[in-house]
Design a protein around this ligand. Structure first.
Ligand SMILES: *Cc1c(COP(=O)(O)O)cnc(C)c1O
Length: 394
């Protein structure tokens, strides 16, 4: 049975989604569309996927009760520790799943795009694991900002191709990857978030859903109840949020909070708060909410975190926003930095800058003392150390 949070037969969540692609890509996208659910639901896939999640990725990731943070905010705060899985972020849940799907479809060449470098590393990792050929497109600016991840990808055997157009960041890398895919339709495009043409948003959401599947039994084990009152996650394209929300989407009693990057301020002109600034449009093959000017040209987003620096959100999130199923909040660069330093001092956990945005809304919320909150700690902050060092004692 389909829920309204799963795409209809044309790939739409409400009015969002679909597959706006050049004709040359039809066979490729259709091949995935015709097979992905059957593959994911097969016993063989589930056995391999769950086996690798356990022994290679290190799942289940812990659900940790953050005592000192809870005391500070006078609520019960649990952290879903995606920072502890292999490669240091949730992205591996998706890449492990998609590489298995690619394998079942007989593909041997993988392409991907990356912003912070995390998805590139997660993709290069699983390509090394499976012995597959890997090409990663990355904005020239991000290659500089995220040099250690570029080195990791190269060490893992991936070819890193710079995107030199536009803002030289994630959206340009995505454009390059799509261009390459059109010219090389035999490759498998391993998309890093719940974005792109149908069925990618749904496929990635299903692969990240392991996060909320675990939260359910872990909550039950710890509190006797499966459901927290509130789940908070940061949103770039929306994959870690989709995974943390997935099994709670239909339970309206669970409040879902998506946190976008407000950069220097929502209305500063230097922001990535898509739901606040965006209009309906088409980006990277799907109809969604995106930041655009009066002529429909994409507005360059800005955030201190490379992973949230994206002008759109996935179609599921556009639907969650439009239908008000999720509440959309945002945090500025400075608020995210403050939250990162606070979490580090209070709990001894250095979060990724992306993740810090999710923590930055705590001071803005009206919390009840009995409120049970899960924050999806999407990744660790090692990759952002250079930025943190610049702001130490600032
Ligand atoms: C990539 C990334 C994000 C943003 O991507 P989503 O698809 O929105 O999850 C968030 N946190 C971390 C740690 C990341 O690496």
């Amino acid at each position: 049975m389909k829920t309204k949070f799963q795409p209809d037969e044309n790939g739409y969540f409400g009015e969002f989604g679909g597959a706006y692609i050049p004709e040359l890509l039809y066979p490729n996208v259709k091949e995935i569309e015709d097979n992905y659910i059957q593959i994911i639901e097969s016993e063989e896939f589930q056995k391999e996927y769950r086996g690798l999640l356990k022994d290679y990725v290190g799942r289940p990731s812990p659900l940790y009760y953050a005592t000192r943070l809870s005391e500070k905010y006078k609520a019960h705060i649990y952290l879903k520790r995606e920072d502890l899985v292999h490669t240091g972020a949730h992205k591996i849940n998706n890449t492990i799943g998609q590489i298995l799907i690619a394998q079942k479809l007989g593909k041997t060449q993988i392409i991907a795009e990356t912003g912070a470098g995390q998805h590139g590393v997660a993709t290069a990792t699983v390509c090394a694991l499976m012995g597959m050929d890997c090409t990663v497109f990355m904005g020239e600016k991000d290659i500089v900002r995220q040099a250690p991840n570029v080195a990791r990808m190269k060490m893992l055997g991936a070819k890193v191709v710079p995107a030199t157009s536009g803002s030289k960041t994630l959206k340009d890398a995505t454009n390059e990857a799509i261009r390459y895919w059109i010219q090389n339709p035999h490759t498998f495009y391993l998309i890093g978030s719940v974005v792109g043409p149908h069925p990618h948003p749904d496929m990635v959401a299903r692969l990240q859903a392991i996060i909320s599947e675990e939260i359910k039994w872990q909550m039950k084990e710890k509190t006797g109840k499966e459901n927290p009152d509130t789940i908070i996650a940061c949103v770039g394209g929306g994959s870690n949020a989709a995974g943390a929300f997935y099994h709670y989407l239909e339970n309206e009693e669970v409040e879902l909070i998506a946190v976008e990057a407000a950069g220097l301020g929502v209305t500063s002109g230097e922001s990535a708060a898509t739901s606040q600034l965006g209009e309906v449009g088409i980006i990277h093959g799907s109809k969604t909410i995106l930041m655009q000017d009066e002529y429909g040209q994409i507005v360059e987003p800005y955030s201190i975190s490379a992973g949230l620096d994206y002008p759109g959100v996935g179609p599921l999130h556009a639907f969650l926003f439009d239908s008000k199923r999720a509440k959309f909040m945002n945090a500025t660069d400075q608020e995210a930095l403050d939250a990162a330093f606070e979490l580090t001092k209070v709990e001894g956990i250095i979060p990724a800058l992306e993740t810090a945005h999710a923590f930055a809304v705590l001071p803005k919320m009206d919390l009840r003392e009995d409120q049970v909150i899960v924050i999806n700690l999407s990744g660790r902050g090692d990759k952002d150390l250079e930025t943190y060092i610049k702001h130490l004692d600032a």
